[in-house]
Design a protein around this ligand. Structure first.
Ligand SMILES: O=C(O)c1ccc(O)c(O)c1
Ligand SMILES: [Mg+2]
Length: 630
């Protein structure tokens, strides 16, 4: 499978872009005319630069407002085309993308356009070049790939073909099955882009909101399946106009791009095993059976306060690592590791971020296969020295640079607690609080990193994304989106902060980067848990009395029931399936916290309650609120 990306998709100058594109493993690049025009090198040197990066120029684009022009404009468009052909030959590419005419001067008519393309094909053929026609979704006369194809068909020239761009087809909801009957040799290249479903002007949507396949809501896979049905085996080329990407980190965006194409190819291969696209074989997405452990990086000094909080939550010491300064605390099916090692990755993580949940271990059916898939999808592996007699647990770098360990029940990894740990208990253990499992994790990041996170999780693991929710912090909006699996054994809420006065933004700034901001534990009886916690000295996050007045009327609850929740600072929510109860720990450090939830057939996350929780947490961090914008 050959992959390409348009220079317009990334930030920086042409050199930066090419560097990022080559590093991410693409084979080709579409040179966007503006990126060339503003660059201070000759076309010949640009061509050499591209090839020095090991890349091929898949096409030069766009050539605008060509077909259907009346004279004397028509003559001028051909002169213009000849100039671009000169440039392409110097640069070393044989394909130009002509997008459908948007000029008010353009005259419609399929035959007129076909005649123009036939002539352009003749001119291109003289130089050994090819012309690809793309229907812009907002083209004046041609805005549908079926019409563009009809023009290409009537132009009847071997050097004239069709360019399909998933955005233009899918944004207009054009039936993708119309692609299946197009002869593959007439499809000169496939451009791919996804986009979030937002009701807006097509041009504006296209120029600002496109994103990588799998990051948005368009049925790009259906589009690709139809393309694959033609037998097409050429380049898949990303063309992503996105404001955020233009200002983002070119290397990171390029990696996301490669990942999106490999993942898309993998899905096509599974749906259409006979497709001609040579997609690398890889294991299927891993089903996560649960979180085997969460590991905190901390220091000897800070261990005490962290362990005190864990004790108050009913966790007891259950083991110590054989060779590292790692203690295991357990309750129900939950394992929390406290790592105060002063060397290696954990120590640099602590030095950088302070005490934080820097690693998680996911239990999958086959850790080796999950690891293999992750690496095929451009995840970075993590390796460390392992003393003999201890397990070498496969691990990848997660979102924000933390670690994701992979364990399973079918290899020696299943014996992790016996092999790497020695059992140990405390003289006096706290009272268990009925916590049974990790319900979910919340990762806080910059809002620009959300799409990266979504693609990372959904492409490697069998997880789906839910729609974005706006969480209202008194100081701004935090964008929140969930990735979760079908069975609920892995749920991650992603919170994207866009300013540092929000609680999420404050956490991000104080921790020097994205990390897990809260861990939620499940209980089967939140009232029993609350009282056990109190006996352990746990002090729940206080919730405003006003909240309870509102909840009582909003949900029509009995007042004595509301009084019980109020006494324990338990929050309440309900959806069409059931009820939800939440209880929060005080902040630990600059905004990290634990949550306890009881689900009664409820599948959400209580996002309506977030504003109350956040307001209270902010009062705790600084009674007079976080510093105002400076
Ligand atoms: O927004 C545009 O003008 C534009 C130009 C070239 C393309 O290939 C495209 O998909 C859009
Ligand atoms: Mg396009």
């Amino acid at each position: 499978m050959k992959t390409s990306i348009a220079t317009v998709s990334l930030s920086g100058d042409l050199k930066d872009k090419l560097g990022a594109i080559a590093k991410a493993g693409f084979d080709g690049v579409e040179i966007f005319e503006n990126d060339f025009l503003v660059f201070d090198e000759s076309p010949r040197q640009v061509g050499r630069m591209v090839r020095d990066h090991g890349l091929e120029i898949t096409l030069f684009q766009p050539f605008r407002d060509f077909e259907g022009m009346p004279e004397p404009l028509r003559g001028r468009t051909f002169d213009r085309a000849e100039r671009k052909f000169d440039l392409m030959q110097e640069m070393g590419t044989d394909l130009v993308l002509v997008c459908s005419n948007v000029s008010s001067a353009a005259i419609g008519g399929l035959d007129r356009a076909a005649a123009d393309f036939h002539e352009l094909g003749e001119r291109a053929a003289r130089r050994g070049l090819k012309v690809g026609y793309e229907a812009l979704a907002w083209g004046r006369h041609i805005n549908d790939h079926r019409d563009a194809w009809e023009i290409v068909r009537r132009a009847d020239h071997p050097n004239v073909g069709l360019i399909l761009d998933s955005f233009h087809t899918l944004s207009r909801r054009i039936d993708v099955n119309s692609i299946r009957s197009i002869p593959k040799e007439k499809i000169f290249i496939i451009q791919l882009a996804d986009a979030p479903l937002i009701d807006m002007d097509l041009l504006y949507w296209s120029r600002h909101f496109r994103n990588m396949p799998g990051e948005g809501d368009l049925p790009v896979l259906d589009f690709m399946k139809a393309v694959a049905a033609t037998g097409y085996d050429g380049y898949l080329s990303l063309e992503i106009f996105n404001d955020q990407f233009r200002g983002g980190n070119a290397n990171a965006i390029a990696v996301d791009g490669r990942r999106s194409l490999v993942y898309l190819g993998d899905q096509v291969r599974r749906a259409e095993p006979d497709s001609a696209l040579a997609v690398p074989a890889m294991p299927d997405r891993a089903e996560v059976q649960g979180i085997e452990f969460i590991e905190f990086a901390t220091s000897e000094d800070e261990t005490e306060s962290l362990v005190a909080l864990l004790h108050s939550l009913g966790f007891s010491l259950s083991g110590r690592h054989k060779s590292k300064r790692v203690s295991r605390y357990s309750q129900g099916g939950i394992n929390i590791l406290v790592n105060a090692d002063e060397e290696g990755f954990v120590y640099s993580s602590y030095a950088m971020h302070g005490t934080s949940a820097y690693a998680i271990a996911l239990k999958v059916a086959d850790a080796g296969r999950a690891f293999e898939r992750a690496l095929t999808l451009e995840a970075q592996s993590f390796e460390q020295d392992v003393p003999s007699g201890e397990l070498n647990i496969p691990a990848i770098r997660g979102i924000g640079g933390g670690l994701i360990y992979l364990v399973d029940d079918v290899s020696e990894l299943s014996r992790i607690w016996d092999v790497d740990f020695l059992p140990e208990a405390e003289a006096t253990s706290p009272q268990e609080a009925g916590l049974t499992a990790i319900d979910h994790l919340a990762q806080t990041m910059n809002s620009e990193e959300m799409l990266t996170a979504i693609l990372f999780y959904t492409s490697i693991f069998r997880m789906r994304k839910t729609p974005v929710i706006d969480v209202i912090d008194p100081a701004g909006i935090v964008r929140s989106q969930v990735v979760e699996n079908e069975t609920g054994t892995l749920r991650i809420t992603l919170n994207g902060a866009s300013n540092r006065r929000t609680l999420a933004g404050h956490f991000l700034a104080e921790n020097f980067g994205p990390s897990v901001q809260h861990v939620a534990f499940a209980t089967g009886d939140i009232f029993a848990t609350a009282s056990a916690l109190r006996a352990n000295g746990f002090r729940a996050l206080p919730i405003s009395a006003n909240y309870y007045d509102d909840v009582e009327t909003r949900f029509g609850l009995a007042s004595d029931f509301v009084d019980r929740m109020k006494a324990e600072n338990i929050l309440y929510d309900r959806d069409e399936h059931g009820e939800f109860f939440q209880l929060y720990s005080p902040n630990y450090g600059e905004g990290f916290f634990f949550e306890i939830v009881e689900r009664r057939s409820y599948s959400g996350y209580g996002s309506n309650n977030a504003i109350f929780r956040i307001a209270s947490q902010k009062r705790q961090i600084r009674p007079d609120g976080l510093p105002a914008a400076s």
